[in-house]
Write a protein that binds this ligand. Structure first.
Ligand code: AMP
Ligand code: GLY
Length: 787
């Protein structure tokens, strides 16, 4: 077997851990660490320090070429951002790390946020600024708390989390005007402050495939209880229980894969490890920041979780050669915790050169990784802020945390400082939930409660006589007498929106779908003469995204308000495993009432010669979307293409136009007894829907030349080459509601509808069915109508 050499670039704890893991590989001969630390100088005989600075690419290249280096692994971000991977590409040595172009994902936060926005990767709302006054005005205008970030590299310190607007402006000033972080602060990102628990995900990638290491949780603050100044990281544990299995799948699907794919498609494929710093918010995981390298101390925590048979050197070599899928990752089922020991004074000024004693651990489950250490005159001394770390592995997280805390005593030096509470979140989680929690199974009660808070005011706005429309109870009440009914008959309906949802998903616009849902229900009730009184919705999703759900329910509330019915309740159901994370369905149920003598249709009163009046539709409404999607796909268009017949809008926007609601304009005519029957033109077009409210002996003749077929239907017909009959059976072709009215009442109905600004189309008449050759509906003049 041909052995090979690896060059690790850097001098921290991360680089010691990498060298330690590579040393286990039977395929690796030597691991050179440039410049390395006291740990890489004294550990395995395979590991050798090389006195070359991590920024001196020329010397590093020359060394690598001379010493048969087969793989270069840069540890820190700075050389990556400065183009070390490009430098090694020139000499043909594989480098496990991103190109300079791809490293911008960490090197420029403004770039990274814009990238996420382009690819719909969940992250906090934000804006980038190079102008202080504009940034200040923006912060002042926001109704929520912000975080301010220097866009460039600032050694992990360029993020401010102000507690007030004043503090925010002062921070902004120090970054932009006083240049506290130098040129890194020439541009700033101002973003919404997110709430939740943090997690670090390390995703190894060759630019196509990704392999994730167990989620870790870092501890950024210097003192116990997450108090004090920010540091590079004072300890970590993994796997972090906040990232459940299903959440990890969501993270891969909504964050990691789209990022890797997006970078490749934009021309800067990312090879190396993409480190996603995440906030697990009530509405799902969101990216806090991306880093272009392994985390420190996260990597000291996760590498000991690789199984013995898992060869990290082979894995990273495969990734840097674009064949990551050729080497498997084997993770143990164990847990790990790392406690970092820092120099007194860190993260402010600290002393160097203090002698360190490291006692030998009695168990192979404990490892010591050096960071800021050096050998001086044969003595191990401190040489940095974060000096050294202890990692312990055990069969449970609790044991790993305790073992790591106990073994800090292996380390001794003057003024050493470390946190005694690393792993506290995991421990309190364990205490709070003996056994599996609902959240671990992928259902978030917090998100559910947040949603209820957000929709309460929307729901309240639909109050009407008879119903309060207050949610939070178990069901809705309705007082029919208070609503003024004498002898009511109840009418009900239930419906959903169908595959129109797919367009909302594709376009990411969710605030009109609820209107469709209500329209489909209330239109079914009004055709029976019913006045819609109250509505309940059912929202089912794979993962409760609070903002999406709020938008959908806002649409439901708007539809209820438009049709005059109260939204008295609903149910939100999160069903991971049954529905995909980004998917949802919305359905509803309406109850209306009609006075007994006004129930429609009045079949016995209908006669040949009655007139068919049509009310306009707003577009495709909620039917025929499977055909619509098919036509669009066949035409090679997508929903973001400009609409061919309304170029100021996209196809998606046009197709999402909500279904019309025909309630308030029709109730006066219904109450006056002017209407004999009605048909809501839904699935089946008017060929199938009109006869639903006719007696057996009558049929209709529709004159298609009486109205202009809207452009959307003409375009669908042309583009999909759809036959007339198919169009009439699938779509409403411009008419959403049809009324049967006696000839002598037409003018009265027309006048009442005109008061509601509803134009009427006299579209046909009732005839004896026997005159129609066995048909129920005959449409004449269609050719003329389409031309
Ligand atoms: P749940 O926890 O789903 O039972 O919801 C708590 C309260 O919020 C109940 O009173 C529900 O009626 C109301 N609610 C939940 N989801 C919705 C929704 N999608 N639309 C209207 N009300 C809802
Ligand atoms: N521990 C956080 C980082 O490596 O950036």
């Amino acid at each position: 077997m041909a052995l090979y050499n690896i060059l690790v670039v850097g001098s921290g704890g991360r680089e010691h851990a990498l060298a330690w893991a590579f040393a286990k590989s039977p395929k690796v001969n030597k691991i050179f660490v440039a410049p390395g630390n006291g740990g890489t100088a004294t550990g395995s005989s395979k590991v050798v320090n090389v006195a070359i600075d991590s920024g001196d690419f020329e010397k590093l290249k020359a060394f690598a070429v001379e010493n048969q280096v087969r793989l270069v692994v840069p540890g820190p971000e700075q050389p990556l951002v400065d183009g070390i991977a490009d430098a090694f590409k020139k000499v043909g040595i594989p480098c496990f790390g991103p190109s300079q172009a791809a490293a911008r994902i960490e090197g420029s936060k403004a770039f990274s946020k814009d990238f996420m926005k382009r690819h719909n990767i969940p992250t906090a709302r934000y804006q980038n600024f190079t102008d202080f006054e504009k940034a200040k005005a923006y912060i002042e205008s926001l109704p929520y708390s912000v975080v301010i970030k220097a866009s460039g590299l600032a050694a992990g310190k360029g993020v401010l989390i102000p507690e007030s607007k004043e503090e925010a402006i002062a921070g902004l000033k120090s970054i932009m005007l006083d240049h506290t972080f130098g040129s890194a602060g020439n541009e700033v990102v101002v973003e919404e402050r997110m709430e939740g628990e943090e997690a670090s995900i390390l995703a190894i990638t060759d630019g196509y495939t990704i392999v994730t290491l167990p989620a870790a949780q870092d501890h950024k603050r210097i003192n116990d209880g997450d108090q004090g100044l920010n540091t590079g990281g004072m300890g970590a544990y993994a796997p972090a229980p906040v990232v459940t299995k299903s959440l990890m799948q969501d993270i891969r699907r909504t964050i990691l894969q789209p990022s890797i794919d997006g970078m490749r498609r934009e021309g800067f494929p990312f090879v190396g490890v993409l480190f996603a710093g995440l906030m697990i918010t009530a509405s799902g995981p969101k990216v806090i920041e991306f880093n272009c390298r392994f985390g420190d101390p996260e990597v000291q925590t996760v590498l000991p979780l690789l199984e013995e048979r898992c060869d990290l050197a082979e894995l990273l070599l495969a990734a840097s050669e674009g064949r990551l899928d050729s080497v498997p990752l084997f993770l143990s089922e164990r847990h790990a915790c790392t406690v970092v020991v820092a120099a007194g004074g860190y993260p402010n000024a600290y002393a160097k050169g203090k002698p360190i004693t490291v006692h030998q651990s009695t168990t192979p489950d404990v490892s010591v990784f050096h960071a800021g250490t050096a050998i001086s005159n044969g003595q191990l001394v401190t040489a940095g802020g974060r000096v050294i770390a202890v990692t312990a592995v055990a069969d449970t997280l609790e044991k790993a945390i305790h073992l790591a805390r106990e073994n800090v005593s292996l380390i001794q030096f003057e003024q050493m400082h470390y946190r005694r509470d690393i792993g506290h979140r995991a421990l309190s989680r364990l205490l709070n939930s003996q056994g599996t929690t609902y959240a671990e199974a992928g259902v978030s009660i917090d998100a559910g409660n947040l949603l209820v808070d957000k929709i309460k005011p929307l729901v309240k706005s639909t109050s009407r006589s008879g119903a309060d429309a207050v949610i939070g109870g178990f069901g809705g009440l309705f007082d029919l007498k208070a609503a003024g009914f004498r002898d009511p008959v109840l009418v009900s309906g239930t419906d959903g929106v169908g595959t129109k949802l797919k367009i909302a998903f594709a376009v990411g616009k969710h605030d009109t779908i609820g209107i469709d849902c209500v329209a489909m229900n209330v239109n079914d009730v009004v055709v029976q003469g019913g006045e819609p009184l109250f509505f309940l919705d059912y929202y089912a999703c794979g993962k409760l995204e609070v903002d999406t759900a709020r938008d959908v329910i806002a649409g439901v509330a708007a539809g209820c308000a438009e049709s005059g019915c109260a939204l008295v309740g609903g149910e939100t159901s999160e069903m991971p495993g049954l529905l995909e994370a980004g998917d949802y369905d919305i359905a509803g149920f309406v109850v209306g009432a009609v006075e007994r003598d006004a129930v429609l249709p009045k079949l016995s009163e209908m006669v040949a010669g009655d007139v068919l009046l049509g009310l306009k539709s707003s577009g495709v409404h909620s039917n025929g979307y499977s055909l619509v999607r098919h036509i669009i796909a066949k035409a090679g268009l997508d929903y973001f293409s400009p609409c061919p017949f309304a170029p100021e809008k996209t196809i998606g926007e046009v197709l999402l136009t909500p279904t019309r609601i025909y309630v308030k304009q029709l109730l006066p005519s219904i109450r006056k007894g002017l209407i004999k029957g009605m048909s809501h033109i839904t699935g089946g077009g008017f060929i199938d829907n009109i006869p639903r409210s006719l007696p057996k002996h009558l049929g209709v003749v529709v004159d298609a030349s009486k109205w202009v077929y809207p452009e959307v239907f003409r375009w669908l017909k042309r583009t999909g080459n759809v036959a007339d009959a198919e169009m009439a059976r699938t779509f409403n072709n411009g008419i959403g509601m049809v009324l049967v009215v006696a000839k002598d009442k037409v003018e009265q109905v027309r006048a009442l509808l005109a008061e509601a600004n509803e134009p009427v189309i006299e579209m046909g008449e009732l005839v004896e069915r026997s005159s129609l050759n066995g048909h129920e509906v005959v449409v004449k003049n269609t050719e003329a109508a389409w031309n």
